[in-house]
Write a protein that binds this ligand. Sequence first.
Ligand SMILES: Cc1cc2nc3c(=O)[nH]c(=O)nc-3n(C[C@H](O)[C@H](O)[C@H](O)COP(=O)(O)O)c2cc1C
Length: 376
Amino acid sequence: MSKTPFESATIGGIKVKNRIFRSATHESTALPGGGVSKAMTDMYQDLTQGEVGLIITGYMSFSKEDNPTASTVLIGDDAAVPGLKALTETVHQGGGRIVTQLAHVGSQLTHPPTGAIFAPSDVVDPVNGIKPEPFSREQIQTLVKEFGDAAVRAKAAGFDGVQIHGAHGYLVSKFLSPEFNLREDEYGGTPEKNVRVAVDILKEIKARCGADYPVWIKMNCSDFGRENRGFAFEGALVAAKALDDAGIDAIELSGGTFAGEHTPCRSRKHGAYHLEYAKQLTREIDTPVILVGGIREIEVIEKILGDTDIEAISLSRPLIREPGLVGRWKDGDRSKAACVACNGCFNPTGCVCFFTLEGEARAAQKHRLEQFFWKK
Ligand SMILES: Cc1cc2nc3c(=O)[nH]c(=O)nc-3n(C[C@H](O)[C@H](O)[C@H](O)COP(=O)(O)O)c2cc1C
């Protein structure tokens, strides 16, 4: 307790200059073939200059059996390492820290697939109506190894750690969910078995990268499924305790999917919307907890860090609108983040704040948003 935002600390095995992080934010700017673009490097340079304590990258894809978007950065081949190394060096030279998020989309595609679509079980994905093929046990073992391979590349590229994407309806969170994981083998059927894949991935990364290499996970406090189906806080506690026991270095607590009662990116009516779950989680585990979702005010951050055992705060949309927000607060301009949580930054042609778009680009993005986020 009694922590402050702008003090240095070691969190989840990483020494950081402050406790305000950038949560994973898919950049949608990868080069054809999955390389790091100048737009992405510029974004990360701006965030580093903007005093962000640690950046978690947008999710990167690596599995031969995944269907990432064409604009996703790929880390499935050693050839990716030099480009990623240039990115980590940019951040390190500016005094920042950078963790890469490793993900498998599973069945939650919002774009045309490039191959077969796999998930824990053949349950139709409510986001797109796709009925996936269930993973075989051998495919799961391959997936675990692929996570390890990707983490080895991340370490070689200079990332300060990796984060397993276990939230928001992507593959690992589908394994956690009793609604989507109907398996009857060692990978599903009880909350303890549903977390097995995540624990195996953690152990594989530690075995391959060394016990000291920081491995974090982003997971949901609840999927907030309609009619309360699926993964809820009781399951999240079981999963978090298993990961705590297995040596995870930090848990970033999020919530929701793109099909449930709440998405991970709620409107501005909602503030710090996973806070009560995160507070409860800190009482149950020793692993540091990082809180994300709807945090917009420095006073709120000070109160959370001062009054609870939550170790750090992470922000996504506010830093798209204002990459210099953390530095602004630090320098004494304490006004609220300018982001209005419109979700206009979900842009397949490149993640930028909606309010920076003009002309045809703005009209096209408005049209896209009216089909999904602004429809509700
Ligand atoms: C454009 C955009 C891309 C995102 N990409 C990712 C991602 O790659 N991985 C992830 O775990 N969360 C992703 N998120 C979710 C954010 O990390 C965060 O959990 C959510 O936006 C709530 O935080 P906020 O209120 O500070 O924006 C994304 C959010 C946005 C707006």
